[in-house]
Write a protein that binds this ligand. Structure first.
Ligand code: FMN
Length: 186
């Protein structure tokens, strides 16, 4: 087994090793306007009910929109949308209509008022179920109440942020270790 030679590392940058879940786009609606933000800081908190914790910075326009509407959609973009994903993260819905600017199609949600982004591989309609951590941590606890996922491919080429402007693109999959799992952990 390999042993690594290690160095001190700035604690403010360890996020680079923990972050790489897929980058997602959060779409929301409030007061007759739609918006989209790019998000990397999210985590699964429970699978039944399906809970996701999300960090939304209080200066983002989306913060107020999701907090007040109590709804949003988590959309999963693939690598073909990478430039758009960065540009959505560089701009604010306070200044522009991001659906129109980035030529994305808003499809009505089936369970909530926020729009789905049609060009994304998957769309998860979410309700804000716990706002008690927003003030202290900007942490929104969302429940996925409806999920729309493309029929194929089974494993989309998602993008994962590694910090400092570097994305990892999801690649190789293996089932080689599947037989080692406890069934309840699959
Ligand atoms: C790769 C990437 C990841 C990001 N992750 C987050 C995040 O997890 N939380 C957050 O609040 N902002 C995040 N941002 C920044 C927001 O997307 C950005 O502030 C956006 O412009 C907010 O838009 P809004 O003002 O329309 O809500 C990220 C940006 C990029 C490019």
């Amino acid at each position: 087994m390999k042993v690594y030679d290690k160095k001190d590392f700035p604690v403010a940058q360890i996020r680079r090793f923990l972050e790489p879940g897929p980058i997602v786009l959060v779409s929301s609606a409030w007061s007759g306007r739609n918006n989209i933000m790019t998000m990397g800081w999210h985590m699964v908190m429970e699978f039944q009910p399906s809970l996701i914790g999300c960090y939304i910075w209080s200066e983002n326009h989306s913060f107020q929109m999701v907090r007040d509407s109590k709804e949003c959609v988590i959309n999963i973009p693939t690598v073909d949308l990478a430039s758009t994903v960065v540009e959505i993260g560089n701009s604010s819905g306070r200044d522009i209509d991001k659906f129109a600017t980035f030529k994305l199609t808003a499809r009505p949600g089936t369970r909530i008022g926020a729009p789905l982004i049609e060009q994304c591989y998957a769309n998860f309609e979410c309700k804000l179920v716990d706002s008690s951590l927003i003030r202290k941590y900007s942490l929104f606890v969302l429940e996925v109440v409806k999920a729309h996922v493309a029929r194929s491919p089974r494993y989309p080429r998602t993008i994962h942020y590694r910090g400092d402007g570097v994305f990892m693109i999801s690649g190789e999959n293996t089932s080689r270790y599947r037989k080692r799992f406890k069934p309840q952990n699959l």
